[in-house]
Write a protein of this length. Structure first.
Ligand code: ATP
Ligand code: SF4
Ligand code: MG
Length: 349
């Protein structure tokens, strides 16, 4: 099968990147009455743009309901976007725009984009053995069968730190951390280029979280993987991410290289998220701002800057004029009217 396009599909920022997302939108209609009249929209994802260089990790962070899962599932085309482009540099086909592909084309691309889920308890079929779970993508895609399939699954288990003897066991025999390793082995079975990790450690004990993050980092280096790593907590993405994007009510509000974002945040929401990261020294924490109030409702967001009802720095302009995402420093974008004048607190060096 070949992909035919009238014009070559290539994003403007192709050089060095694996994924280029432009103006991505997902609106869910809100309907009422017998005729299901559309009375509004949930703007789950509202004009999100980012790029991920090959072999790097973008951490996508924000409170519950800000659109992280919707963004990650759109990239894997679990459903169609309302608008926007998702350019992906497939190793066989070159640049493709995911929303434009047919289901047959998507089947081919999906081998190279995999997902690791949040809940290692519900994401594995309890009636399948590890051989079936990890081997399924290989069998379904006709990559291996019989003895060769067994050998490849045993090797995948070894790669994620599980014993190959576990092949014929069922998921219930394993702990949460081990189950997440099984999910990772399955995601890696077809040697994907991009792995979308949606809160992969949120359901795990803190002690197991660090081990799983280290494993993901080792695997990235070994297999030259590119990660989109979703979390609600900045501390989880700090060490694994090369870049961090902060999301609030369907929009990106700040994005920069990880160290830059942690040391010099330019958006008050990022400052507040950083303040809620647990600190070994409680004195440092007490001086910091704590996030107050609820996340805005994406079906009825506030006027002006969506963050203004919770922002300690809000001025009158913030209530009426929506700030645009602007480059404030080279490679560091933020959407705040006051980004240049505020001196926000990052984490201490
Ligand atoms: N199928 C749907 N129909 C209507 N609204 C939806 C649908 N799916 C998600 N939403 C809404 O879109 C918004 C974004 O949801 P999403 O699951 O992407 O957030 P999230 O950042 O992943 O949150 P969490 O941290 O809780 O996982 C939420 O307000 C959610 O209620
Ligand atoms: S634009 Fe105004 S309300 Fe929004 S984050 Fe900046 S200072 Fe706060
Ligand atoms: Mg989510």
């Amino acid at each position: 099968m070949t992909l035919t396009h009238e014009a070559p599909v290539k994003p403007p920022e192709a050089e060095g990147n694996l994924l280029v997302v432009r103006n991505l939108q997902k609106y869910y209609p809100i309907t009422r009455g017998f005729f299901r009249r559309v009375i509004g929209y949930v703007r789950a994802v509202d004009g999100v743009s980012f790029t991920i260089p090959e072999g790097k990790t973008l951490g996508l962070v924000g409170e519950s309901g800000c659109g992280k899962t919707t963004t990650s599932r759109l990239i894997l085309r679990a459903f169609d976007p309302t608008a926007g482009d998702i350019f992906f540099k497939d190793k066989n086909l070159g640049w493709v725009n995911i929303p434009e592909l047919t289901s047959l084309q998507m089947k081919q691309i999906r081998r190279n984009m995999q997902m690791i889920f949040q809940d290692p308890y519900s994401s594995l079929n309890p009636r399948m053995t590890l051989l079936d779970i990890v081997g399924e993508p290989l069998a379904v895609n006709g990559v291996a069968q019989g003895e060769e399939l067994r050998d490849r699954v045993a090797e995948l288990l070894r790669v994620v730190g599980l014993r190959p003897e576990y092949l014929s066991r069922y998921p219930h025999a394993f702990s949460g951390g081990q189950r997440q390793r099984i999910g990772i082995a399955r995601a890696l079975a077809l040697h994907p280029q991009l792995v979308v990790c949606d809160e992969p450690v949120s359901a795990l004990d803190v002690s197991i979280q660090a081990q799983t993050l280290n494993l993901l980092q080792d695997l990235q280096a070994e297999f030259h993987l590119t990660y989109l790593f979703v979390a609600h907590d900045l501390s989880v993405v700090e060490h694994i991410s090369d870049f961090v994007a902060v999301m609030y009510v369907g929009k990106l509000v700040e994005m920069a290289e990880t160290e830059e974002l942690f040391l010099h945040p330019l958006h008050p929401y990022t400052e507040a998220l950083l303040a809620s990261v647990p600190k070994p020294n409680p004195r440092l924490r007490s001086k910091r701002i704590v996030l107050q109030g609820e996340v805005a409702d994406p079906s009825n967001p506030p006027t002006g800057c969506y963050f203004h009802p919770r922002c300690p720095y809000a001025i009158d302009r913030c209530k009426v004029e929506a700030p645009s995402l602007r480059e404030i420093q080279p490679g560091h974008v933020a959407s705040c009217h006051r980004a240049e004048e505020l001196h926000l607190a990052g984490v201490p060096e």
